[in-house]
Ligand binder design. Structure first.
Ligand code: NCD
Length: 307
C-alpha cells in the first residue's frame, strides 16, 4: 500500500483496500490517542494548517494527532489573521506554507480548492472540507466508528439525514458506503436532496437508494442514523434557510422504537436533542474522538518518516 506523499482530496481517490489499511492502522493508534502509550514517529515533522472556514473538531483533532505522534503544527484558524486580508491569492499562501512544512491540511469554502492546492505544492495536501464538495477524512472516521462500534460496514443500513444538498460529509460518505456494500436511505427536506450527480454515480455503480422526507419511514430498520446540520452558510438566499431550519429534531422519544445508533459529524444546532447524548443511541462524541486515531493513521502513512 503506497500512501507516502499522497494527496487526500476526495474519498473517490481511495480504493476499499486503501480505506481498510488506514482503518487498521487507526486501531493500533488508539492507545496513543488515549495517552496510554507515547510515540515520536513524526518528531521533527511539521503539519501546515490552513483553515479559511471555521472548524473545531477537524482542526483540533489533526493537531492532537500530529502532536501525539511527536510532530508539530503551524497555521491559521481563520483567514482574517493571514495575508488573505491583504489580497494574497490562495495559491501563493499554499505555495509558501508548503515550503515550510511536510504536509498541508486545507479547509476552504470553495469547491475544488484542495485539488488546486495539491497541483501546486510537492508536499501531501489533505482536504479538510472544500465548500459543499468533499470531506474525505471525516468519512474515514465515520467508517471507523461504524466498524468499531458495529463490527462491520457491509450490509449495514445507514440513513443519511438532513442537508444532503450542501453537506460535504454526506457526499463523501455516500460514495464510501456504496464502496463497502452498505445499504442507504436518504432523508431530507425535498429542497435539500442529495445532488443529482451523486445519485447518478450511485446508480451507475448499481446502488439503489430510498429517498424520503420522513424520518419515521426509516427508523424501525436502520442500523445507523447519520444526522447532519442544515448548512446555513451555503444557502444563497437566507429566506430559504429560514423556511427549512428546524426541519428535523431527533430526540429520545422519537428513538424509542428504534435500534439505530445516532452519529453526527458535529457541530449540531438543534437536529439532535441533548436528551439523546447519554443514551446508548448517542455515539457522536465517541465518533469525534475517533477522529484522532484515524488522522494519526493518515499522517503516519502520508508523511515521509526518518528511517
Ligand atoms: C462538518 C463540516 O465542516 O463539514 N464538520 C466537521 O468537520 N466535523 C459538518 C458541518 O459543519 O456541519
Amino acid at each position: 500500500m503506497v500512501f507516502s506523499q499522497r494527496d487526500i482530496i476526495s474519498i473517490r481517490d481511495f480504493s476499499k483496500d486503501d480505506i481498510d489499511y488506514i482503518l487498521r492502522i487507526a486501531e493500533k493508534m488508539e492507545p496513543i490517542a488515549r495517552s496510554q502509550e507515547s510515540s515520536d514517529i513524526l518528531s521533527g515533522k511539521l503539519l501546515g494548517m490552513l483553515f479559511y472556514e471555521p472548524s473545531t473538531r477537524t482542526r483540533l483533532s489533526f493537531e492532537a494527532a500530529m502532536k501525539r505522534l511527536g510532530g508539530s503544527t503551524i497555521g491559521f484558524a481563520e483567514a482574517r489573521t493571514s495575508s488573505a486580508t491583504k489580497g494574497e491569492k490562495l495559491t501563493d499562501t499554499v505555495r509558501t506554507v508548503g515550503e515550510y512544512t511536510d504536509a498541508l491540511v486545507l479547509r476552504h469554502n470553495m469547491e475544488g480548492t484542495a485539488r488546486l492546492a495539491a497541483d501546486i505544492v510537492d508536499v501531501p495536501v489533505i482536504n479538510a472540507g472544500d465548500g459543499a464538495g468533499q470531506h474525505p477524512t471525516q468519512t474515514l472516521l465515520d467508517l471507523y466508528t461504524m466498524k468499531r462500534l458495529l463490527g462491520k460496514i457491509r450490509d449495514l443500513h445507514v440513513a443519511l439525514v438532513g442537508d444532503l444538498k450542501y453537506g460535504r460529509t454526506v457526499h463523501s460518505l455516500a460514495y464510501a458506503l456504496a464502496m463497502f456494500g452498505a445499504r442507504m436511505s436518504f432523508v431530507s427536506p425535498p429542497e435539500l436532496k442529495m445532488p443529482r450527480e451523486i445519485m447518478e454515480d450511485l446508480s451507475g455503480a448499481g446502488v439503489t437508494v430510498q429517498e424520503t422526507s420522513e424520518i419515521r419511514d426509516v427508523l424501525s430498520y436502520v442500523d445507523v442514523l447519520y444526522v447532519t446540520r442544515i448548512q446555513k452558510e451555503r444557502f444563497p438566499d437566507p429566506q430559504e434557510y429560514l423556511k427549512i431550519k428546524g426541519a428535523y429534531t431527533i430526540d429520545k422519544e422519537l428513538l424509542k422504537n428504534s435500534e439505530a445508533m445516532v452519529m453526527h459529524p458535529l457541530p449540531r444546532v438543534d437536529e439532535i436533542a441533548p436528551d439523546v447524548d447519554d443514551t446508548p443511541y448517542g455515539k457522536y462524541f465517541q465518533q469525534a474522538f475517533y477522529g484522532v486515531p484515524v488522522r494519526m493513521a493518515l499522517l503516519k502513512s502520508l508523511i515521509k518518516q526518518k528511517i
